[in-house]
Design a protein around this ligand. Structure first.
Ligand code: ADP
Length: 369
């Protein structure tokens, strides 16, 4: 017979905590998912709830039970909403609706300025842009947060060079964002093992996101950038409804196929009353050794679409090998001295100025090095 593992003991401990709803232990009731035990003894799991914050004491009890197992060095338990069975669940709304004004007013405001970075399609460089905008803004002297809301494919840990690191938890049980390259970052990727991908159900995604925002000790942020998942789905809608966002920046390549989706994205954000600050064209061209530009994905498409949609064109970023290398190595190029750093310094200034305008606030003081 094989030796019981630490995971077995954690499961047993969790199962000794009764689930008030079913009377069974938390494991037998199926309320624990995504259990991970790291080699250093840190445990993490999700406790599903359909009672929201009312289940906080249960979450705390589960956390305590897991922490009491000898060999466990720390525990992170995330509370999420349980998926409603399909028979009783209403179909998701087809059309985004503007958030009720009172909901937006009552929402927590983790930063003076909140800017989402969105894209209609994956792979256009949205995360690269979000990370480098944040690093450039931090370099200008602002206190900058970055929330990786790409629950399905968090890239912040890789791009910031923080794979395997975990946020610390304060005595008040709040998570401390990881400060890297001057930016305070939080990502679901810091809480969940990449080897244990989670199949997120709609309501779980929403509550995990809200918890990531609300349970993080952001400090006194000047600006919070949010890297959203690609597309115009539920996550974008939830963020638009839950957070008083000052605006969204849409990243696109010049390709026509990407641009059709951009039009859709702009339309959605307009419906949710989040100001579209403008479009950033990424992978706009490639500079050849002789200095000429090769327009690999077409020329000026995003600029044309921006004009058509009466949305500002915020700028173009060429294909720059240092951007990809920096992303892979966890050293964002915006922290260096190269052309990317200069481009992102200007872009982040343009984005922050646009946000200040929509919010009717004076623009923050920007002092680029
Ligand atoms: P998304 O978030 O839209 O899925 P990513 O930011 O992950 O896209 O970028 C996809 C890939 O393209 C990454 O390997 C990234 O390093 C690379 N990349 C993004 N923008 C550029 C650019 N301007 N020049 C070179 N490589 C880029």
């Amino acid at each position: 017979m094989s030796q019981p593992t630490l995971e077995t003991f954690v499961r047993e401990a969790l199962n000794r905590v009764p689930d008030p709803a079913s009377g069974k232990g938390l494991i037998d009731s199926g309320r624990i998912s995504g259990l991970v035990i790291r080699p250093d003894g840190r445990a993490g799991f999700i406790l599903e709830t359909d009672r929201g914050p009312a289940d906080e004491p249960l979450r705390a009890a589960a956390e305590k039970a897991a922490a009491s197992v000898s060999g466990v060095t720390g525990v992170t338990a995330v509370l999420t909403a349980h998926g409603v069975p399909p028979s009783s669940s209403p179909p998701p709304p087809r059309q985004p609706v503007p958030p009720p004004p009172e909901a937006r007013k009552g929402a927590a405001r983790p930063a003076r300025t909140i800017i989402a970075v969105a894209s209609a399609k994956g792979g256009v460089g949205k995360s690269t842009v979000a990370v480098n905008l944040a690093v450039a803004a931090a370099r200008s002297g602002l206190r900058v947060g970055l929330l990786d809301a790409d629950i399905f494919g968090p890239s912040l840990p890789t791009m910031m060079g923080a794979v395997g690191r975990k946020p610390e938890v304060t005595a008040e049980r709040r998570m401390t964002p990881l400060e890297l390259h001057g930016v305070y970052g939080m990502s679901i990727g810091y809480l969940i093992s990449p080897d244990n991908p989670i199949v997120w159900r709609g309501p779980m995604v929403m509550s995990a996101l809200v918890q990531l925002i609300n349970d993080t000790e952001w400090g006194d942020l000047d600006v919070l950038f949010i890297d959203t998942p690609p597309g115009t789905g539920e996550v974008q809608l939830t963020l638009a409804q839950r957070l008083p966002m000052d605006g969204v920046v849409i990243v696109s390549t010049p390709q026509e196929v990407a641009l059709v989706d951009v039009r859709r994205g702009v339309a959605m954000f307009r419906k949710t009353a989040v100001p579209v600050l403008g479009i950033i064209e990424n992978m706009a061209w490639f500079e050849q050794p002789d200095g000429s530009r090769a327009y690999i994905f077409g020329e000026g498409g995003a600029q044309k679409t921006a004009a058509e949609l009466e949305t500002p064109f915020l700028g173009a970023i060429p294909i720059l090998p240092e951007l990809r290398e920096g992303g892979d190595a966890g050293l964002p190029a915006a922290r260096g001295e190269g052309v990317s750093a200069r481009a992102f310094a200007l872009l982040s200034e343009a984005v922050l100025n646009a946000a200040a305008k929509t919010a009717g606030k004076p623009p923050p003081v920007i002092e680029f090095l």
